[in-house]
Design a protein around this ligand. Structure first.
Ligand code: KG4
Ligand code: ZN
Length: 412
């Protein structure tokens, strides 16, 4: 790939409920984050149990200028230092996208800069290519993710690359044979994985966004400590006096969910499609079996644990099959659910034990959720490949860029 020193991009992301800006530079051919600012609207939307598009847009309009200003100041960057502006063009909520795209168009016009529209999921995938500043700078052509000893090379050797995309709006297995070439092997037929996490959280009365809440509850499963309610005192004493270990969950009252196992939808379907709405319904029916007043900590933790296991099992099984078929050099995960620790561990385990020639790379936690650095990363690598004529066209056409709520992942 053509690389040049010190290309610098200001990137903007407003596809959902985070107003984000970042300054990202191509250092030795590798996207390097100079500043990344995210203003979250979670507190605002939490009271409605999900993102309200009109409110999100209003907040983006209010926050965009301060967020951009902070990103520029934190990286000591002025308009003259910037080669181009990048913005999330879609998919996402149209009112939210419009705020970012309008701001980016205004800056691109006034500063006479090329404007690059980036696909949100492309950004999530390219979060895996971000060079974290903790990396050894003497080796600028490789980047290290927080998976530790694995390095993702920017060059051809990382392809074919398999991306498990798991966000609030998408669940897809994507095969890349080169940069910016996407073949969608399969996708969800209904809910996205993150959406399922959010809906299960809602059913349990947990706050939005549900993913981190459900994951945290699942991690507490079995660690609640004994509850002396429900007449289980004797059973606990028996196990202690006989010296036998207390079975997991014993003493956790009648709401203990230790044997709970939810269905794994489409796990054996032989293709790469997913479905999570049946699992969500199974969870709903299970919750309804217990009266609201009996839905205590062990109950909630048990449901979260069993649900998360089911989702991770399905994602892992489909990914394993795709690795078997396509033998990718690299497996990456992309989107908000890539922050899920059980998913990271599960994929890491199968890759290490079954696929020694596949490198498993995960985004740094701070670039797992929505941010603008990932948009800048994709934009830098796209921009670096363009001829002067193509760059000029992006400058001339900046004003014509329009957001697209259903933007498809495109060819280069
Ligand atoms: O990529 P993202 O920030 O926004 C979209 O593009 O949709 O993903 C947000 C999704 C939400 O559904 C959220 O619940 C989920 O990612 N999520 C998680 C975790 N952290 C965020 N899901 C499971 N475990 C997590 N730790
Ligand atoms: Zn996202």
């Amino acid at each position: 790939m053509h690389t040049e020193k010190s290309l610098k991009i200001l990137a903007i992301e407003t596809s959902c409920d985070d107003t984000a800006a970042a300054v990202v530079a191509l250092v030795g051919g590798v996207p390097t984050v100079l500043s990344s600012v995210v203003s979250s609207q979670i507190e605002l939307h939490r009271q409605y149990g999900g993102v309200v598009p009109a409110l999100a847009a209003r907040e983006h309009v209010k926050n965009l200028v301060p967020v951009i200003d902070e990103a520029l100041r934190a990286s000591d960057t002025g308009p003259n230092d910037i080669d181009a502006i990048a913005v999330t063009q879609g998919p996402g909520l149209i009112p939210a996208l419009l705020a970012g795209v309008s701001g980016a168009k205004a800056l691109a016009s006034v500063w006479a800069k090329p404007l690059i529209g980036i696909h949100h999921i492309e950004g999530h995938i390219y979060a895996n290519f971000i060079h974290t500043l903790t990396t050894d700078n003497s080796q600028p052509t490789t980047i290290e993710s927080d998976s530790g000893n694995r390095k993702l090379e920017i060059g051809n050797s990382c392809f074919p690359l398999l991306a498990l995309v798991v966000s609030g709006g998408h669940t897809e297995l994507v095969l890349m044979r080169d940069h910016f070439e996407y073949e969608i092997l399969g996708r969800t037929k209904d809910d996205a994985a993150g959406e399922a996490f959010d809906k299960v959280a809602k059913m349990l009365g947990l706050p939005y966004p549900g993913g981190p809440e459900v994951a945290a509850r699942a991690a507490q499963y079995g660690k609640e400590g004994p509850s002396l309610r429900d007449g289980l005192v004797e059973a606990i004493q028996d196990s202690e006096s006989s010296g036998s270990p207390r079975p997991r969950g014993l003493g956790l009252a009648k709401t203990d969910k230790k044997n709970l196992c939810f269905p794994r939808p489409m796990i054996d379907s032989g293709d790469y499609d997913f479905s999570f709405s049946g699992l969500k319904t199974a969870v709903l029916y299970e919750i309804r079996k217990t009266a609201e007043e009996d839905r205590d900590e062990p109950f909630i933790n048990g449901i979260c644990h069993a649900f998360q296991e089911a989702v991770v099992d399905v994602l892992t099984a489909k990914t394993r099959r795709a690795i078997e078929e396509y033998a990718p050099a690299t497996l990456v995960i992309a989107g908000g659910v890539s922050a899920n620790v059980l998913l990271r561990e599960s994929l890491s385990t199968i890759v290490a034990s079954e696929f020694p020639y596949t490198a498993f790379v995960v985004p740094d936690f701070k670039y797992s959720l929505d941010n603008a650095a990932m948009i800048g990363s994709a934009a830098l690598l796209r921009y670096a490949r363009l001829s002067p004529k193509e760059r000029e066209a992006l400058k001339k056409n900046a004003i014509d860029l329009e957001p697209d709520a259903n933007l498809p992942l495109s060819k280069p």
